[in-house]
Design a protein around this ligand. Structure first.
Ligand SMILES: Nc1ncnc2c1ncn2[C@@H]1O[C@H](COP(=O)(O)OP(=O)(O)OP(=O)(O)O)[C@@H](O)[C@H]1O
Length: 356
C-alpha cells in the first residue's frame, strides 16, 4: 500500500493541477526537437520532482517509468572504491550527488562522459538524447559543478541535463546560463485546495472546506506535507469533522523517539531496540525512505557539527539501496549501526585529544 502522495501523484504534464503555463511550455519544448538543459528550482514540496517525471514521460513515453538500479564502482583520486547506486530507465538516468559525498566530482565526470559517448541504442526511442536528472543540484561541490559545466559545453548532442534544486544561489553562473530556468513556485492556497479535493475524490471521501483550510494554513505551501497531513487526519477522524488538531503526525513523534534512542546510547542492545521501533513504523505503512529521512534529520539536529555531513551522507546512501532492495529494514538498520559507530568514534577521538 502506498501513501496518497505517491498513489495520486500526477504522471503526465496534462494531469498536473497547477502552473498550467509551465506545463504547456514543457510540453511544447518536449515536442520541439530542441529540448534544452533545464534547471527546475523552488521550495520543498512545490512539485519539482513530479514535474520532472512528467516531462520525462512526455519526452520518452511510459518506458521511463520502468526503473532499475545498478551499482557502479568509481575510483577516487586516492584509488578508494566508491560504490554508487544509480537509478535509471532505458532513456534516462538519475543521480543524487550527495550519495558520493566528497567525491561527487568523480561521479559526475565519469558518469556523464560515459553517457555522452554512448549513442541512444534503443531505435524506437523518441529522442536521440539521454536525460540525466541531477537531484539536489545545489549541494554539488564547486569541483563537481566545474566538471558538469565542461560536460555541458562539450557533449550537447546526445545528452540533456535536468537539474533539480531548492534555489539557484549555490550554482555557478556558467551552469545557470546553459540551462533554461524553470521556477516551480509553491502552489497558492486555492491550488492546494484543488489538489486536496482531488485526492479526497480519488480516495474517496468528502473533504469539509474547514478541514482543507486548516491543513493548508498549516502546510506553509508544502503540498507534500499537506497531503501527508490529510491522510494522517483522515485515519484519526474518518469524517474530518470537529476541531482538528494538526499535531505532528504520530509517526513523526515516533521517529523523533527513535533518533533520541540512537543518540543517547550506542550498543547492540540499542540497535535491537531501534529495530523493534522500525518494524512498528513499517507496519503502519510509513514508507521506509520517510522514516530514514525523518530520523536522520532529527539525529543531525542533536549531534556535533562535524558529524552532520557524514550522517546525512550515509542516510542518502542507504536510501538509494533501500529503494530497490526488498528487505527495507536491513538498510535502515545498517544506517543506524553506521551512525552509532561514527558517533562513538567522535567521542573516542575527543577523549584521545584531551591527552594531547
Ligand atoms: N501539479 C501537481 N498536481 C497535483 N499534485 C502534485 C503536483 N505537484 C506535486 N504534487 C503532489 O505533491 C507532492 C510533492 O511533490 P514533489 O515531490 O514533486 O515536490 P518537490 O518540489 O520535488 O519537493 P522536494 O524539493 O522536497 O523534493 C507529490 O507527491 C504529489 O503528490
Amino acid at each position: 500500500m502506498s501513501l496518497w502522495v505517491d498513489q495520486f501523484r500526477p504522471r503526465t504534464l496534462d494531469s498536473l493541477h497547477y502552473h498550467h503555463g509551465l506545463s504547456a511550455r514543457l510540453k511544447s519544448l518536449a515536442s520541439s526537437g530542441d529540448f534544452p538543459h533545464i534547471l527546475f528550482y523552488g521550495p520543498s514540496g512545490a512539485g519539482k520532482k513530479t514535474r520532472i517525471t512528467c516531462t520525462l514521460r512526455e519526452l520518452f513515453g511510459p518506458g521511463v517509468e520502468k526503473l532499475k538500479i545498478d551499482q557502479r564502482i568509481f575510483l577516487s583520486p586516492s584509488k578508494r572504491k566508491l560504490e554508487i547506486n544509480i537509478v535509471q530507465s532505458n532513456f534516462h538516468i538519475e543521480i543524487t550527488p550527495s550519495d558520493a559525498g566528497n567525491y561527487d566530482r568523480v561521479v559526475i565526470q565519469e558518469l556523464l562522459k560515459e553517457i555522452a559517448q554512448t549513442q541512444q541504442v534503443d531505435l524506437n526511442a523518441k529522442q536521440r538524447f539521454k536525460a540525466v536528472v541531477i537531484n539536489e543540484a545545489d549541494s554539488l561541490s564547486r569541483d563537481a559543478q566545474a566538471a558538469l559545466r565542461r560536460t555541458m559545453e562539450k557533449y550537447m548532442s546526445n545528452m540533456r541535463i535536468i537539474l533539480c534544486a531548492n534555489s539557484t544561489s549555490k550554482l555557478i553562473a556558467p551552469i545557470k546560463s546553459r540551462c533554461l530556468l524553470m521556477r516551480v513556485a509553491a502552489p497558492n492556497p486555492q491550488e492546494m485546495e484543488e489538489v486536496l479535493n482531488y485526492v479526497a475524490k480519488r480516495a474517496p471521501f468528502t473533504l469539509p472546506p474547514e478541514a482543507a483550510k486548516k491543513i493548508i494554513d498549516d502546510s506553509g505551501g508544502n503540498l507534500r506535507k499537506a497531503i501527508l497531513v490529510l491522510e494522517a487526519l483522515k485515519m484519526q477522524s474518518p469524517d474530518l469533522s470537529g476541531p482538528l488538531a494538526i499535531a505532528k503526525p504520530d509517526w513523526e513523534t515516533y521517529c523523533y523517539k527513535v533518533a533520541d534512542l540512537i543518540v543517547s546510547e550506542q550498543s547492540p542492545a540499542r540497535v535491537m531496540e531501534v529495530r523493534a521501533k522500525f518494524y512498528e513504523l513499517l507496519s503502519h505503512c510509513i514508507p521506509p525512505t520517510v522514516i530514514l529521512k525523518t530520523v536522520a534529520e532529527r539525529v543531525v539536529e542533536k549531534v556535533d557539527e562535524s558529524l552532520k555531513a557524514d550522517i546525512m551522507h550515509w542516510a542518502a546512501f542507504y536510501e538509494v539501496r533501500m529503494r530497490l532492495g526488498s528487505k527495507k529494514i536491513y538498510h535502515l538498520e545498517a544506517w543506524v549501526v553506521k551512525v552509532m559507530s561514527l558517533y562513538k568514534h567522535f567521542f573516542y577521538d575527543m577523549d584521545m585529544s584531551s591527552f594531547d
